[in-house]
Design a protein around this ligand. Sequence first.
Ligand code: 5GP
Ligand code: MN
Length: 327
Amino acid sequence: MDKIKEVLDSSKLIVITTHKSPDGDAIGSSLALYHFLKKKGKEVSVIVPDSFPSFLNWMVETENIIHYDTQTEAADNIIEKADVIFSLDYNSLTRIAGLRNPIEKSNATKIVIDHHQDPQEFADHYFVDTDSCSTCQLIYEFIENLGELDKLDKVIGECIYCGVMTDTGSFRYPSTTSKTHQIIANLLDLGVENSKIHQEVYDNSSEHRLRLLGYALTEKMVVLTNHNAAYISLSQEELKRFSFKKGDTEGLVNYALSIAGIKFAALITEKEDMISLSLRSKDDFYVNKIANEHFSGGGHIYASGGMLETTLEEAISRVEAVMKSNG
Ligand code: 5GP
Ligand code: MN
């Protein structure tokens, strides 16, 4: 922290980055740090690899986030001038798509704040806790370690609350600790409206999204009872039929995991140029190993992801085979 403090004190232009397909923790942590550093008088930009779900748009200044895939030139110019680059909620340059190129080239001091397993070596400083529930909790602790909790306010608190809430499944996963609840209590004391944030994120579905959920659970969920596993697959055609928007399948895999006796669940989604996998597990079944060994991915012990460059049919049979040989 002493070194990071020195770096921050002597820096003017700071860039904050996060992983592709940003989620509540990615956007929450990025904007929380953004608002904090702006309060310290820094010039700050948040640059994300691609777009994020509209149910995160309520956070203050989401409209000022730069999207690398559509604003490449502007982003490259800012990154080139940056003194410090933060990498939030990811620990490998493979997680940031095209944003990897300018970051690899940059001579800025690089600081990782993250809670994923197996951090890769690409940065100068690491503020990492793989047991932490969320990068947002780490942002709170980062500010705490800087001795600047007095700079927290409602806007920063809302962003931190969002990431802790989404990454803990609303405070229910085992990663939720008494420290997590203490931090949340402090955020409520700043005026953060917990109930409003739950509504913004979870009660903001389109009718299409709900009907896609119904269809997926009724028609597309395969339960391998003997192997304690279940999966759902969705093709491009099916997603288009339900007017799919980014974020519409978020949380879907958890329904498969909520069946009694199921310890391993997967959502297999056909994207435009590859197949993406969303994996979840519970109890003594650790899904990050599976993601790493079979699907060139990774993540947390109970929540991981990966991808396959095959057809949807081939991906389904690969997932079934892995489920049958592991459960
Ligand atoms: P989700 O299923 O919500 O997309 O992702 C769950 C977790 O797995 C997240 O923590 C995410 O960072 C991680 N993850 C998702 N996709 C990938 C991937 O392709 N590679 C790695 N290493 N991690 C992933
Ligand atoms: Mn996270």
